[in-house]
Design a protein around this ligand. Structure first.
Ligand code: SF4
Ligand code: FES
Length: 239
């Protein structure tokens, strides 16, 4: 166990615990965008900045991917930490000024508008969609493309035919930049223009999932190709 003092409150955490988790255990909230329990910390959004105080030395660092490996004194709301987070938010607001999440976080930091006007879209390029699709789902349907201000997340070669429509990217996206529409017949992931026909139970007609996703899961799990012809309830009833 290693001692850590956050905002004057001393505690002990297991070696390797991140500052963000240590703070959460003390009910100290640090704003985050790209931190998700499904994924390893990546440090992409830079919003979770805090200040580490070591004698006269003060260091601003991201808390989500900073493991506690020695005794630390951390300030989450020091003037320098708040100023750094406000700058991150101002840049994000300049880029994603239609995102409700970014606007809410900016307002919580006293920012009504940004001096920057980048006006791209609501994507902060955190890469969570790409990582969950590759690392958790295994579909590899999203990738980064281009460089600099042209950098985007998109399907490989702009062809969304690997997307199974699971919605994991929608679930982890912190800004709402990916949306799903469903009308009972089709599922549409708007950002990738992916349209998938929905499969319905051959017995009771209840909606199951996109047919492409059913085929993918049956293959991955070594199930019979017709395994998802029936919904779970009808499968159980026929046993
Ligand atoms: S679409 Fe969402 S999850 Fe993907 S990189 Fe952009 S903000 Fe992150
Ligand atoms: S939450 Fe730490 S960098 Fe995004």
């Amino acid at each position: 166990m290693i001692a850590i003092t956050i905002n004057g409150i001393r505690t002990e955490v297991e070696r390797g615990t991140t500052i963000l988790k240590a703070a959460a255990a003390l009910n100290i909230k640090i704003p985050t965008l790209c931190n998700h329990e499904l994924l390893e910390p990546y440090g992409a959004c830079r919003l979770c900045l805090v200040e580490i105080v070591e004698g006269d030395k003060r260091t601003i660092t991201t808390s989500c991917n900073y493991p506690v490996t020695r005794p630390l004194v951390v300030e989450t709301n020091s003037a320098a930490a708040v100023k750094a987070r406000r700058m991150v938010l101002e840049l994000l607001l300049g880029r994603c000024n239609t995102s409700e999440t970014i606007n809410r976080l900016a307002a919580e930091h006293g920012l009504a508008e940004s001096r920057f006007s980048l006006n791209y879209d609501d994507c902060i390029l955190c890469g969570q969609c790409e990582r969950v699709c590759r690392e958790v789902v295994g579909a590899h349907a999203i990738t980064f493309a281009n460089r600099g201000v042209e950098r985007v997340v998109m399907p490989p070669f702009d062809e969304a035919d690997q997307c199974i429509g699971c919605g994991a990217c929608v679930y982890v996206c912190p800004t709402g930049a990916i949306q799903i529409q469903e009308d009972g017949e089709q599922k549409i992931i708007d950002r990738w223009s992916r349209v998938l026909e929905l499969k319905h139970c051959k017995s009771c007609g209840v909606e199951i999932a996109p047919a492409f996703q059913c085929d993918y899961l049956a293959r991955q799990a070594g199930l019979e190709p017709d395994f998802f012809d029936l919904c779970r309830d009808c499968r159980v009833a026929r046993r």
